[in-house]
Design a binder for this molecule. Structure first.
Ligand code: DGT
Ligand code: MG
Ligand code: MG
Ligand code: MG
Length: 261
């Protein structure tokens, strides 16, 4: 009967509903990207074009889904942050996650040629996704810091590892050289053996990418007479590779995390 139907529907919706008044983070991650990166011969450890493709997809996603306030990503993963008060998809977790991963996967395929005009897409990229709720701004900031620390640790390790391998060490040898080393040891190794100052490597590799909307002032020519100009203030999606662990970025961009978000 229709009553049974209503019960089933309500129960499913209640179970799926993300806790009200909490930040929603949807994290996606490329499936089997170890294989995918090898198959497409991505530069190791970082491929600027592959990262650029990820970022372009995120920009398009922010343009489509206004409920996503900002996103942070590295490697084959991205975290999308929705406001505490967002009513996107009535906060149904499975709806939100499935929309984000399917849209993102399509964008990845759609934008492939722009970043790899001479490389054929040889398999079907797909992404897993999960939604997590964070009840306070502090915990959301901790989450983002955790992802950026992870970016740093992995990137530093991978940079050393691939420099050693490219210089003739086997993967096993490189692994054992790096075993138990700390951050200063790795910086030393890069500098002494390869003349690389880790801090001068591209910020996108070291810090990941933070993508958000910001006010951009544009000076446009006056239409009628061609002279004079009008100033337009627009919201634009922009990409930065900045430190999101400390206070300064958040102080400079107070609109990203506010009490009434
Ligand atoms: P998963 O997520 O469990 O399906 O497995 P994977 O293989 O996607 O592993 P994950 O997500 O832990 O690690 C990301 C992999 O993607 C890692 O093996 C390195 C690769 N990858 C990501 N970005 C780049 C890049 O820019 N260049 C290269 N060469 N590889 C990359
Ligand atoms: Mg994974
Ligand atoms: Mg992956
Ligand atoms: Mg990953």
């Amino acid at each position: 009967s229709s009553n049974v139907y209503e019960c089933m529907k309500n129960e499913t919706e209640v179970k799926n509903k993300l806790l009200p008044y909490t930040w929603i983070v949807v994290r996606i991650d490329g499936r089997h990207f170890h294989q995918f990166s090898d198959m497409h011969d991505f530069d190791k450890p970082n491929d600027s074009k592959a990262l650029g493709l990820m970022n372009a997809c995120v920009v398009a996603l922010l343009e489509k889904f206004k409920d996503v306030i900002f996103a942070y990503g590295v490697s084959d993963e991205y975290s999308f942050v929705f406001s505490k008060t967002s009513q996107f998809q009535q906060r149904q977790g499975s709806n939100i996650v499935s929309m984000i991963v399917s849209f993102f996967s399509s964008l990845y395929v759609l934008n492939w040629d722009e970043f790899f005009p001479h490389k054929e897409l040889r398999s079907t990229p797909s992404f897993d996704g999960r939604a997590i709720c964070y009840p306070s701004t502090k915990i959301l900031r901790d989450y983002l810091a955790w992802r950026q620390v992870d970016c740093h640790i992995n990137n530093q390790y991978n940079t050393c590892f691939w420099m050693l391998v490219k210089s003739g060490k086997t993967k096993r040898e490189a692994q054992s050289i790096l075993k138990g080393t700390q951050t200063p040891d790795k910086n030393d190794l890069l500098y002494k053996q390869f003349g690389i100052d880790y801090n001068t490597l591209p910020a996108m590799f070291r810090k990941g990418s933070f993508i958000f909307r910001d006010k951009v002032e544009e000076i446009v020519q006056h239409r009628e007479n061609g002279c004079g100009h009008i100033q337009k203030v627009q919201m634009k999606v922009i990409i930065e590779h900045c430190d999101i662990i400390g206070e300064s970025f958040w102080k400079e961009n107070p609109h990203l995390i506010t009490c009434d978000n």
